[in-house]
Design a binder for this molecule. Structure first.
Ligand code: GLU
Length: 427
């Protein structure tokens, strides 16, 4: 099959450095799997992208204007699905890149969704609760024509949480005149959320770590783990692995990291964190920077914070045997190749952190049925779906000697391609 050359390809405003990374991944797997050239070209761009202006009355009475986005990459298999992030680095390219990853992630997990992402360019830590609420509500009303339980279902992402989802749900419901819980997932249980959703991403990452340790033959009785990011994903992953007898040797948050080669008592660290607000200073540990943390010797490294932290500059300095990506896009394509050459397998984001969107799907299904499951039932079903996807990816990677990322992408992309072929082109 012919690769799409730089001469004939169309261009779009979303093509930032970040977005080109996602496109390059698609190009690589399209070539490898012999994807139809026209289908490939279509999948390289978002289906639609909305940019909105969000004016907000600040606490001091002034009005500040923010920029917001909502992008649908593809909706072939069902409504668009994906988180909303509040972060100063949010831009059209980043949101479009993450929307594309959501398409592959949902298809890989066998969920009846397309891929979306949204966000507002803002420093969320500088806003009061009232300002955050007004920002969220005005953003929701600006993107209201795009979202809906059958159209596009937002969820939490970086610096958004169940409270954000409750405000989005309320704003949407007030505007349509009746309560519509299924317009978002990741909302509080008391207004239609699902048990297990908050922990789901971390639970899925921990599941992948255990699976990868077995698959790649790590013999250590209690494998050592380094977790970058101790937020909703990293802290749950660390805690669950600690419970399964793993040794968590280092963790970090935005302020920096802590290290103890003998292992950190995670339940005690969680109690420390709720009192002190950061991991630094936890007794019996040494302080490390977020950069140093990535290079600590361990069996499994879990980057569960920002994107783009494992790059060509540090890929040859990492001292781990396996990487399991809790964050979206933590490894650059160059670093991915370097790690492959070094024999370090990377369990990719679209598999490793897919527990979140999988339980989002459960929440949406429960909401539509008005029938709610117990936490055990949610966790069991999550393990079933994670297990099936892990098996498929690892089997294909072994059989066709592919990097796990490429195997995961091939499964996701081929499901979308098949559905697009069957549905045909309108008109
Ligand atoms: N933001 C999460 C992700 O990147 C969850 C998306 C969702 O639950 O829809 O997968």
């Amino acid at each position: 099959m012919v690769a799409i050359s730089s001469v004939e390809r169309p261009t779009m405003e979303c093509e930032t450095e970040h977005f080109l990374m996602a496109q390059r991944q698609l190009d690589e797997i399209a070539l490898e799997m012999g994807l139809d050239r026209e289908l490939h070209e279509r999948l390289r761009y978002p289906k639609r992208a909305l940019i909105v202006t969000v004016p907000v009355r600040m606490d001091d009475g002034s009005v500040k204007t923010f920029t917001g986005y909502r992008v649908h990459h593809d909706v072939t298999l069902g409504p668009a699905k994906g988180g909303i992030r509040f972060h100063p680095e949010v831009n059209l390219g980043e949101v479009s890149c993450l929307a594309m990853l959501m398409t592959w992630k949902c298809a890989l997990m066998g969920l009846p969704y397309g891929g979306a992402k949204g966000g507002i360019r803002v420093e969320p830590w500088k806003l009061s609760a009232g300002e955050t609420e007004r920002l969220t509500r005005r953003y929701t009303s600006e993107i209201i024509n795009l979202i809906g339980p059958d159209k596009d279902i937002p969820a939490p992402d970086m610096y958004t949480n169940e409270q954000t989802m409750a405000w989005i749900m309320d704003t949407y419901s007030i505007n349509v005149g009746h309560t519509v819980p299924s317009v978002v997932t990741g909302k509080p249980v008391s207004i239609g959320g699902s048990f297990g959703r908050t922990e789901a991403t971390g639970r899925g990452v921990a599941y992948c770590v255990r699976r990868a340790v077995k698959h790649f033959g790590i013999k250590n009785e209690s494998p050592s783990v380094v977790v970058q990011g101790f937020g909703n994903v990293g802290s749950v992953t660390a805690n669950l692995l600690h419970q399964s007898g793993y040794k968590i040797v280092a963790v970090s948050d935005v302020y920096g990291g802590i290290h103890n080669p003998k292992g950190i008592d995670i339940p005690r660290l969680l109690a420390w964190l709720s009192e002190h607000g950061k991991v630094e200073g936890f007794p019996g540990t040494e302080i490390v920077t977020n950069k140093e943390l990535l290079e600590i010797e361990c069996d499994v490294l879990v980057p569960a914070a920002l994107g783009g932290v494992i790059t060509a500059a540090n890929a040859d300095k990492l001292n781990c045997k396996i990487i399991v990506e809790g964050a979206n896009g933590p490894t650059t394509p160059e670093a991915d190749m370097m790690l492959h050459d070094r024999g370090i397998p990377v369990i990719p984001d679209i598999l490793a952190n897919a527990g979140g969107v999988t339980v989002s799907y459960f929440e949406w299904v429960q909401g539509m049925m008005h029938l709610f499951w117990s936490e055990d039932e949610v966790n069991q079903r999550l393990e079933q779906i994670m297990g099936r996807a892990c098996d498929q990816v690892l089997e294909l990677a072994t059989k066709d000697k592919l990097r796990p990322r490429m195997a995961a992408l091939r499964i996701g992309v081929s499901r979308i391609a098949e559905a697009k072929r069957l549905r045909g082109l309108y008109p």
